[in-house]
Design a protein. Structure first.
Length: 254
């Protein structure tokens, strides 16, 4: 049971690191930024109700049989966990990451990540997978987000592609690699993460993380699996889920 908890924590930590790399951004843009004209979709804004509607439509169209979590419920759960400050404090106390520079990188990115008070989010959980759709309220994403979607993620992978995480008396090894993920969005990013218990030769769990950015709509699909627990296979791939979210967004764009 403890093993399973540590595996889930390892996957969650890596997702947090990738999201921090995406959201923190770097002033002034830089290599990897989008320089072409933004499509019309970039001007669309989405309310909390819109995102919940997107998640609901994806659930129905793909027959996922999942549960939709709206913005209020999602933020309530984050508040219960203490937000980014609590996660930062856990790194180095109840959770230890090696190499040390990787732990410092995650702490720095969490500390620099902008507050999400203006952002709205909806989630869809189905089996061991989750779809997250986020929008920046009425203000729109800055160009920094598009730049960090690629260069920020590359930075995390370069320094933390191989790391270990210790918690609850167990140590796991995380190995993250970029994948050739594709969607219909402007920008798509794919990461595969393998989780191995200390001293074991085979993976005990894995996660495939797909990130997509299209205009003001940010989509993340995380598919998790563990050999320590059984879950039915998803009826749809991460790409299908992401594209379904993009299609659903078009039907409510104002």
């Amino acid at each position: 049971m403890k093993h399973s908890s540590v595996v889930r924590a390892a996957v969650a930590l890596s997702v947090i690191g990738l999201l921090a790399g995406c959201s923190a951004g770097q002033q002034g843009g830089g290599a990897g930024g989008t320089t072409t004209a933004k499509p019309a979709a970039a001007t669309a804004t989405y309310s909390a109700a819109d995102l919940a509607s997107i998640a609901t439509k994806v659930n129905a169209s793909l027959g996922l049989g999942g549960t939709v979590i709206d913005n209020a419920a999602a933020k309530s759960q984050v508040d219960k966990l203490g937000g980014a400050n609590a996660l930062t404090q856990q790194l180095g106390s109840s959770v230890t990451v090696q190499p040390a520079q990787c732990q410092q990188l995650l702490q720095d990115k969490l500390a620099k990540a902008p507050q999400a008070a203006d952002n709205v989010t909806a989630m869809l959980t189905y089996g061991s997978n989750v779809l997250v759709v986020t929008a920046p309220g009425a203000k729109g994403w800055s160009q920094d987000v598009r730049t960090a979607m690629t260069s920020g993620s590359d930075d995390v992978l370069a320094q933390c592609g191989d790391m270990t995480l210790s918690a609850s008396g167990f140590t796991v090894k995380l190995a993250m690699t970029k994948t050739d993920a594709k969607t219909n969005a402007e920008v798509t990013r794919g990461i595969h993460e393998g989780v191995t218990l200390e001293g074991a030769a085979q993976e005990v769990g894995s996660a495939d993380i797909l990130q997509a950015l299209d205009g003001n709509l940010y989509i993340m699909v995380t598919e998790s699996s563990s050999k320590l627990s059984s879950a039915p296979p998803s009826p749809a791939t991460a790409t299908q889920v992401a594209n379904a979210a993009l299609d659903a967004a078009k039907t409510i764009t104002k």
